[in-house]
Design a binder for this molecule. Structure first.
Ligand SMILES: Cc1ncc(COP(=O)(O)O)c(C=O)c1O
Length: 411
């Protein structure tokens, strides 16, 4: 299987996007950051400079926002779940227009006012862990739905935060539906990272929550004399993270925003598939979504995220598992002088795809269309660390999912 299939976005429009304005009204990323900064243990996640790799590939810079250390939870997802829960609680208490500090949010007074509240979420692992963490911090109950292929390590990590973890016999998308059905029956509050008709407020808050990554990255890049990245490569499951990153930059820079690539596993490429159909609508990807990129194993795009990606993403990429596996190994064993990064399956595919695009002669046209060259400053998000430690070692130590012989050793 060829390392990178690509589909140019025919619907992309420069400048204003209503879909972006709906998720990112002016000033929202500042409010989000103000909230996250109050969480005990909050620190700006590192922005790592892979300058030697960039030079080797013929790029000006590769900057990696390393979310593997975010609040000790090994992934970026807590940013979205915590902010959504904060907004849900504010609206339940009728405090939409008022300040509510993190200390108040987690106080026994708020706990008493909320009564017998339970949060529910479906997850590939990381989002559920974030929701369980936030519920736990508030001394509230959470029920987290995982699909049948979820590894024991991921389930244990969620359960260790006090959540009731339920395994659904199906895919991530089935887990989303089950969480919704059970929540209606039991009066639970669903905190979903994906949207559906009539359910958009919470996923919008989740996407806003992710903006903290980009607002931090902008400060960190400015410290290096870089006003904006020229390119962003973001991996996608339902598309909420990609839409948040790409929407953030569209809102900030308008038509002068970075060239944006959305990267998916070929076994779960719902956004790529939607772009290929090209009717402007999100479309489901068939199959059992059997990929090592557990966090990206989603068959149904989030319509809310799709609106932003349809307006702002330049290209959609679809990659086999070995592209992610190679990215994990490169991050873990960097060139001399570059920092190492612990990157899990879903974290590493964007780097893997970028490397093949720069190396493979067959991808020259894509490279040129994306204007990837020695002037380019590429921003990547390492969205998770070794969230499944056993599988991480199988890939990085034991060489699972090797690059096929015909695509090895390009440079
Ligand atoms: C590590 C990691 N990266 C990326 C994503 C993709 O996020 P989204 O589903 O918003 O596209 C996920 C989703 O769970 C994830 O866990």
């Amino acid at each position: 299987m060829f390392p990178v299939k690509w589909c140019e976005n025919k619907q992309v429009s420069a400048g204003h996007s209503d879909a972006v304005s709906r998720v990112f009204p002016a000033g929202v990323s500042r409010l989000v950051r103000d909230f996250h900064q109050q969480i005990p243990g909050y620190q700006i996640s590192p922005l790592k400079n892979l300058s030697h790799l960039a030079a080797m590939l013929g790029l000006g810079g590769i900057w990696v926002k390393d979310e593997s250390v975010r609040l000790g939870l090994n992934a970026f997802k807590i940013l979205g779940g915590s902010y959504a829960i904060y907004q849900v609680v504010k609206s339940m208490l009728g405090l939409e227009q008022q300040e509510l500090s993190f200390e108040q949010l987690t106080s026994s007074e708020v706990r008493t006012r909320l009564g017998d509240l339970t949060f529910a979420a479906a997850t590939d692992g990381n989002h559920g862990r974030g929701v369980a963490w936030a519920a736990n911090a508030m001394n509230l109950r959470s029920v987290i739905y995982v699909h049948k292929f979820t590894s024991k390590a991921r389930i244990d990590a969620i359960a260790s935060l006090g959540a009731d973890v339920r395994v659904v016999d199906g895919t991530y998308d089935d887990a989303v539906r089950q969480a919704d059905i059970d929540s209606r029956q039991n009066g639970w509050q669903v905190i979903s990272d994906t949207s559906w008709e009539g359910y958009e407020d919470v996923p919008r808050w989740v996407m806003q929550g992710y903006a903290t990554m980009c607002s931090e990255a902008q400060e960190q890049l400015a410290g290096q004399g870089i006003v904006r990245p020229t390119h962003v490569f973001t991996q996608a499951g339902v598309g909420a993270m990609a839409a948040s990153v790409i929407g953030f930059y569209r809102q900030l820079f308008g038509a002068d925003d970075p060239v944006a690539a959305v990267v998916e596993p070929d076994k779960a490429a719902c956004l790529y598939h939607s772009a290929q159909i090209g009717d402007g609508q999100p479309h489901s990807f068939p199959g059992d979504l059997d990929t090592i990129m557990a966090g990206l194993a989603c068959g149904d795009p989030s319509p809310l995220a799709w609106g932003i990606l349809r307006d702002c993403a330049d290209v959609f990429l679809s990659c086999p598992d070995y592209v992610a596996a190679r990215g994990m190994r490169v991050y873990g064993a960097p060139l001399k002088g570059d920092p190492s990064v612990v990157s899990g399956e879903s974290g590493a595919v964007a780097l893997g795809s970028l490397m093949f695009i720069m190396e493979r002669p067959e991808l020259k046209e894509l490279r040129e269309r994306l204007r990837l060259n020695r002037e380019s400053q590429v921003l990547l998000i390492n969205s998770e660390g070794n969230t499944d430690p056993d599988h991480y070692r199988q890939v990085v130590w034991d060489g699972a999912d090797p690059v096929p012989g015909e695509y090895m050793g390009c440079k």
